[in-house]
Design a protein around this ligand. Structure first.
Ligand SMILES: [Zn+2]
Length: 399
């Protein structure tokens, strides 16, 4: 097996992302002999990570013996994924293939001390692990803030009451130890942390609407605010210290409302769910998240002229921001998430027209603007980050 060890990670990633559904495709994608691809698949199966179906039924009318089918192991190991947002948290167990095995949402006012909610979300995830009995190989946490690397501190948790520079990576690691989330060696699993939109973009690139894009730009609202991310050739572009693509503070309305960053008229405060509700003349209620309230308003009252006018105003501002990003980054695809996804779906032509009209490279209309397709993409992205060591070297990660 020594000869094929270097191919284990790439082979696992191909099966994980659905790009190698059969051993024949795996052989071609890896550029190895059939024997090596067979040995690699067998090794991944022995590790409990994938399933090799040696006797698939041939499609009707096809010629010759069908190739062995490859899929992620249905009862294989999982990672613990956690997300904190302005209205609470969600914990999940996520298997290979981006499959959510179990999930537990929690609604709470996010306290000023980040350790409380990090302990709560990890505790919920540990509970899911106990009841599922699955092996756990890692853990990832998504937060609505830029995360400075390599320290793992939340630099601008503007929509949470956390202090700037909160040590989220350290707190997450401590919570995993405290809650007994252990891996194959019996030691606590390693924890990784990241910005929620960065992680959402990674998930969409591997399992959703971003598959196959080479320069993928993702812009999304969370429950509050707006974030951005860029995936270049399959890897997140995070800048020199993790802080790239802070698109929320692009100015789209110079005379606009003051922003928490000290400027005014930023994408963050001019195109998020609160901006939409305010533009539509609605007073947000406390029952459900602002994101849900704006989604409900768009879905049920789009025919109301005040709602429609508010949607158009937000779309025009968003288009202006996207046009600037298209000029700077020259992406081959743009994905929109959160409320921006619903705004695109409500009036796709208007948004595309604004971007085409206000950008150099967008004018030809050649940059596709699509909606994110995964439910819980930040959570799945947190899981992707946690799976990364396993994808890089399965043998080392399971040893
Ligand atoms: Zn700002």
């Amino acid at each position: 097996m020594e000869r094929g060890r270097g191919a284990l990670g790439p082979a696992l990633e191909l099966v994980h992302t659905g790009r190698a559904p059969t051993r024949a495709v795996l052989t071609a994608e890896l550029g190895v002999t059939r024997a090596t691809a067979g040995a690699v698949a067998a090794e991944l199966e022995a590790l409990g990570l994938i399933r090799v179906d040696a006797r698939p039924t041939a499609p009707a009318g096809s010629q010759g013996r069908p190739s062995h089918r490859l899929s992620v192991a249905p009862d294989g190991p999982v990672v613990l994924a956690a997300q904190i947002h302005a209205d609470g948290y969600r914990a999940a167990l996520v298997g290979l293939g981006g499959r959510v095995v179990a999930t537990a949402p929690g609604c709470m006012t996010v306290p000023a001390d980040p350790s409380h909610i990090i302990d709560a979300v990890v505790g919920a995830g540990a509970g899911l692990l106990r009841s599922s009995g699955r092996r756990c190989l890692g853990a990832g946490l998504a937060v609505p803030s830029a995360i400075a690397e390599p320290d793992g501190t939340a630099l601008n948790p503007l929509h949470l009451s956390w202090p700037a520079g909160a040590p989220v990576h350290e707190l997450f690691t401590e919570a995993l130890a405290k809650c007994g989330v252990t891996g194959p060696t019996g030691a606590p699993v390693p924890g990784v942390t990241g910005n929620d939109v960065n992680l959402a973009a990674l998930a969409e690139h591997r399992h959703g609407a971003g598959r196959g894009a080479r320069h993928l730009l993702c812009v999304a609202t969370g429950h509050r605010g707006v974030g951005g991310a860029l995936v270049l050739d399959g890897r997140l572009h995070s800048g020199s210290s993790g802080l790239a693509l802070e698109v929320g503070h692009l100015t789209v309305n110079p005379a606009g409302v003051p922003c928490h960053c000290g400027s005014r008229g930023c994408l963050d405060v001019e195109t998020d769910p609160l901006a939409f509700l305010t533009a539509a003349g609605r007073t947000p209620g406390p029952e459900v998240s602002l994101l849900q309230q704006s989604r409900d308003l768009l879905r049920t009252e789009y025919a109301d002229p005040s709602v429609r006018a508010a949607a158009e105003l937000i779309v025009d501002r968003l288009g202006l921001g996207l046009a600037g990003l298209v000029n700077i980054l020259n992406p081959d695809r743009i994905l929109l998430g959160g409320l921006h996804r619903e705004l695109l779906e409500a009036d796709p032509e208007r948004l595309r027209a604004v971007v085409a009209d206000r950008s150099l490279w967008g004018r030809s209309g050649s940059v596709p603007i699509l909606a994110c397709t995964l439910d819980f993409n930040s959570l799945i992205g947190a899981a992707e980050a946690a799976w990364q060591p396993v994808l890089d070297d399965p043998l080392a990660a399971l040893a």
